[in-house]
Ligand binder design. Structure first.
Ligand SMILES: COc1ccc(C(=O)Nc2ccccc2)cc1NC(=O)CCSc1ncnc(N)c1Br
Length: 275
């Protein structure tokens, strides 16, 4: 279709609705663009807070990256604008909200639902990796659901301020960190996109079991991760267990690829039409 003409946005264009959440750097509101009636989310970032957090460049990079990502399973950034004090991000509204809340409410997902979410995550990550974008910091807190219950990966350093049974410790939860990022001394920023495969394994486990595989005290969690020590409960099917084992491999190079995830029997069983 015709690429949308890059419009100049400003605050007056929007009718501000209810707050959707409070991110690490700012608040998010449900809004409606007046002329079109289009409903979306507006994230308000305060420049001075970003400056203190050294996140100003991070936002610019983020906006740069986001503006050339377009995928059903990645929450879209439609545009941005700023005034003297604030940066505004115009974001796709995910009508079914935070996956995290659904997971906590349901305790754990049935295998057919978990498999569909994993397949959509694999598709989103494959798309990102093809564009050499990685480490989207995947964990339930960073995943939203669209109006048809489809996965919307939105992983931008935000944790919704809810009265929270969130695992967010000071430095954010360790649960999803791969072993290669825990190694002392190693340049932490040198990681391949295989880190996302590990996190997908942690996510798959958490969907099916209702808690993360290495969840423990911070020290114990780090030890369990570096040793790949985890047990999969008996109620998890052998096929699902097999996929989890192929994702949570200590050696990044030996982890299953995203193509292989999409062809895995557990995914095929639950995601191919008519199965
Ligand atoms: C494309 O989505 C983003 C793009 C960028 C950033 C961002 O803050 N970048 C950033 C900010 C500071 C420093 C570095 C990066 C954040 C998001 N997304 C979000 O903040 C999610 C807001 S919550 C929500 N959104 C839609 N529908 C719902 N139902 C909900 Br609840």
């Amino acid at each position: 279709e015709q690429p949308a003409a890059p419009k100049q946005f400003h605050l007056g264009m929007f009718e501000i609705g209810r707050p959707l959440g409070k991110g690490k750097f700012g608040r998010v509101y449900l809004v409606r663009e007046r002329s079109s009636g289009f409903v979306c989310a507006l994230k308000v970032l305060h420049k001075n807070e970003l400056k203190h957090g050294g996140a100003e460049t991070q936002v610019r990079r983020e906006i740069e990256i986001q503006s050339n990502l377009r995928h059903l399973n990645i929450l879209q950034l439609f545009g941005h604008f700023h005034d003297s004090k604030r940066i505004f991000l115009i974001i796709e509204f995910a009508a079914k909200g935070e996956l995290y809340k659904h997971l906590r409410r349901e305790n754990r997902f049935p295998e057919w639902k978990a498999a569909q979410y994993v397949a959509q995550m694999a598709a989103a990550l494959k798309y990102c990796h093809k564009k050499h974008i990685m480490h989207r910091d995947i964990k339930p807190e960073n995943i939203l659901l669209g109006s048809h219950g489809e996965i919307k990966l939105s992983d931008f350093g935000w944790s919704v301020h809810a009265p929270s049974n969130r695992r967010e410790t000071l430095c954010g939860t360790l649960d999803y960190l791969p072993p290669e990022m825990l190694k002392p001394g190693r340049d932490k920023n040198v990681y391949s996109n295989k880190v996302d495969i590990w996190s997908l394994g942690v996510l798959t486990y958490e969907f099916l079991v209702g808690e993360a595989p290495f969840e423990d005290t911070p020290v114990m969690t780090q030890r369990k991760i570096s040793r790949g020590e985890m047990t999969v409960p008996g109620f998890v099917s052998p096929e699902a267990k097999d996929l989890i084992k192929r994702l949570l491999v200590l050696d990044p190079e030996k982890r299953i690829s995203l193509d292989q995830v999409q062809e895995h029997p557990w995914i095929i069983k639950h995601c191919v039409k008519g199965e």
